[in-house]
Ligand binder design. Sequence first.
Ligand code: THU
Length: 158
Amino acid sequence: MIKVLDLKYEEYSQWEDLSDQDLIVINKAKEARNSAYANYSNFKVGAALLLDNGKILTGNNQENAAYPSGLCAERTAIFYTIANYPSAKIIKMAVVAGKDDNSSIPVSPCGACRQVLIEYEFRQKMPIEFLFTGMKGKVIKFNQCADLLPFSFNESAL
Ligand code: THU
């Protein structure tokens, strides 16, 4: 039997089409990107998370001369958030990335980051909205991180 996955996401052609709240979080991610430590790839990424207590926490990619020791913006931001606000729930996360300040290619999160995101989504029993975009232009929005990684490995298997 062949089964087909139905995946729903939203696409916005420009940042101005987003809700005020989404735009605020995206702009925080863009701001955070400026402080990325991406000396080796020159590919800067910023991430921002909105919590149910109203706080917005940010992070960016952190590279290292020993390349695999670096960490993506998404995991830098979410680990910091969970470490400092373990009982808060994450409403949404936005990621802004680009090789240069004019890039309009939405950059989707790597597999390892997706795995980490769904861990916390499972844990908080509430969907985490996920938005990603370049420095301008198209924005992709998922209503839950589980949709970013179908057939994920999670605690229910343990
Ligand atoms: N990177 C992120 O921070 N997030 C992503 O979603 C994709 C890749 C970083 C890792 C590395 O510092 C640089 O971008 C190039 O791969």
